[in-house]
Design a protein around this ligand. Structure first.
Ligand code: GLU
Length: 303
């Protein structure tokens, strides 16, 4: 329950860009344990909003793999590909209030015009902000203002982000017509009544943008917990070639044990050889997210 008496509603929202890998399993385990120990709901959403990056069959593989690891989600799976109308409506609301504009800049143009760099590369300098462009085949950006968004992340503590300075006016509909993750995620979380978002620290920087969108769309704020991501010895997020290799799709107690170990839960060694049910029962009974406080990256040995 949160302070307003709402039941906890968490979710896991994988993108079908490949089979479930260790990093995604860790995020799934973290969000599942938060939800289950809160006596809450755990929803599953397939973020199939980016067909160019989608791998055919990956969504089905992810669902089967989650099932094989004995995750139990509540209600039907939500598919972002079915949700275009909701994203259109949100975009229209923002546009009606003069909060969006059409942008014809290529990536190269943005890089050339930018005068500063932020967490995701060149900060968009607002080249098209006042040009009044229109027409298809262009991106749509959200007008941002110089404001600092402050939130208390359950694991990362007090966070401050200024999307205007760090990213600039950001894309909410891409030039290929697909909606950007930031908008789709915010609209879906609100429509699904999500109260708590638990995901990897690689998405920590998205939170400020999502909170700006929530506010502009008049949506309820949500709570956040960003779990650490797996990195190699020099701090790079693991790529598909290393630990991001798919987890065994048929389910493996040993791999779930490793995910719990990564999440600093100190699972008993003997449970690595028992069934998944016993390990889940232990994990739910002993969930201790405080062990992850302030951890953003954890180096893992590459097997
Ligand atoms: N679809 C995103 C991913 O797979 C996660 C989005 C989220 O949890 O907000 O990285």
């Amino acid at each position: 329950m949160d302070t307003t008496g709402n039941i906890y509603r968490g979710r896991f929202a994988p993108s079908p860009t490949g089979p479930l890998h260790f990093g995604s399993l860790v995020a799934a385990v973290g969000s599942y344990l938060y939800a289950r120990t809160a006596g809450g709901i755990w929803l599953l959403r397939i973020e199939d909003i980016d067909p160019p990056r989608e791998v055919p069959g990956a969504a089905t593989t992810i669902l089967k793999t989650l099932e094989a690891y004995s995750f139990e989600w509540d209600g039907p799976v939500i598919w972002q590909s079915d949700r275009r109308d909701a994203y259109e409506a949100a975009l229209e609301r923002l546009t009606d209030r003069g909060l969006t504009y059409v942008c014809s800049c290529s990536r190269r143009r943005v890089a050339a015009d930018a005068t500063s760099k932020g967490s995701e590369g060149p900060v968009y300098p607002g080249t098209c902000r006042d040009l009044g462009l229109s027409g298809p085949n262009h991106a749509i950006r959200l007008r941002t203002h110089d404001e600092t968004v402050v939130f208390e992340d359950d694991l990362q503590g007090s966070c401050r982000q200024n999307p205007n300075q760090d990213i600039g006016d950001f894309v909410i509909r891409r030039r290929d017509g697909y909606f950007a993750y930031q908008l789709a995620c915010v609209v879906d979380d609100a429509d699904e009544g999500v109260t708590d978002i638990v995901r990897g620290c690689d998405l920590l920087d998205s939170t400020g943008r999502q909170m700006v969108l929530q506010r502009l769309l008049g949506l309820s704020p949500v709570a956040y917990a960003h779990v650490p991501i797996a990195v190699d010895a020099i701090g790079q997020k693991l790529s598909k070639q290393t630990w991001a290799a798919p987890v065994p799709p048929t389910g493996s107690t040993r791999v779930l044990w490793r995910a719990l170990d990564f999440l600093k839960q100190s699972p008993p060694a003997e449970l690595a050889n028992d069934g998944l049910d016993d390990l889940w029962t232990w994990a739910i009974g002993n969930w201790n997210p405080a062990a992850l406080k302030r951890l953003r990256k954890i180096p893992v040995e590459i097997a």
